[in-house]
Design a protein around this ligand. Sequence first.
Ligand code: AMP
Length: 288
Amino acid sequence: MTDPTLPILRSVEAMRAQTRAWRAAGLTVGFAPTMGALHAGHASLITALAARCDRVVASVFVNPTQFAPGEDFDSYPRDEAGDVAVIARAGGAAVFAPPSEALYPENEATRISVAGPALELESAARPHFFTGVATVVAKLLIAVEPDEAAFGEKDYQQLLVVRRLVRDLCLATHILACPTARDPDGLALSSRNAYLDASARAIAPALHRAITDCAQAVTAGDTPRAAERAAVDAILASGFDAVDYVAVRDAETLAAVPDTALEREGRVLAAARLGGVRLIDNVAAPAP
Ligand code: AMP
C-alpha cells in the first residue's frame, strides 16, 4: 500500500538517527542502494528485504564518482517522485536521497579502491567505475548502518566487489544477492534501457540469448574460449555495434578459467554496445 508519508531523509545525520531509533525499538533494517529511475528490478530488491527485515530503506543517489567525464551523469534519468512511489509500493519505510555535498563534502579526499574481483571486465572500459562504486557504497553503508543490504545479480561484478569491500573493511552488514529481473523477451531491466530506440530495443534481447547459449555450451562440456567466440559472433550478427567482452569466469572469484571443461561453477558475463547504449548482462554456468 502506498504510504503518502514515506519520509525522505536528506542528511547522513537524519538517516543514521532513523536507523538507530528503529534499532532501539528492536527492529531490523534492510537497505537497497540505487541511482533512481526505479524499475521492477529495483523493486524486487526492496520486496526481498521487506520479507527479511522489519524496516527497509532505499537510497536514490546518482553517484558522480562512478561516472567518467563524457559518460551520462548529467543526462542519467531522474524522477524522484516516481521513485518514492515505487519504493512505497514495494514495502520501503524511508528514502535516503542526500544531496551530493552530504556524501562528498567540500575538500573530500578519500577513495576506496578494490582489486580482486574489480579487475578487468567492466574495469577495462570503465577504469574509474569500481572505485566510485566502492567509495559510495562504503559511505552509504556507514550512513545507513543496515543489518542487510541487497544488490542485484544484474551487476554481478559489482556484487562481488561489494562483498569483498564489506569483508575487507569489517563492515557489519550482510549482503543479499537478488536475481536479475528481466522483460519477457529476456532483456535485463536497466534504467539505461530507456535510451534504446525501437529498433535497438528489438535487437537487445540477443545479448541474453547469446550468453545463455554460451552457458549451456560450457555446461555441456564445450571449452570456454570456443563458447565465448560463438557468443561474440551471435551478438554481432544480431545487430549490436560492438562487443566489449564475453567472458566465462569463476562464479565466486571472477578469476579467468582455463580452456578446459569447467570444474567449478562458472559465470558468463558480457558487455556490448547498441545504438550508443552500453548493455551488460550475465548468467550462471553450472559445471558439467
Ligand atoms: P542502479 O540504480 O542501476 O545503480 O542499481 C541499483 C541496484 O539495483 C543494484 O544492486 C543493481 O544490481 C540492482 N538492479 C538493477 N537492475 C536490476 C535488475 N534488472 N534485476 C535485479 N536487480 C537490478
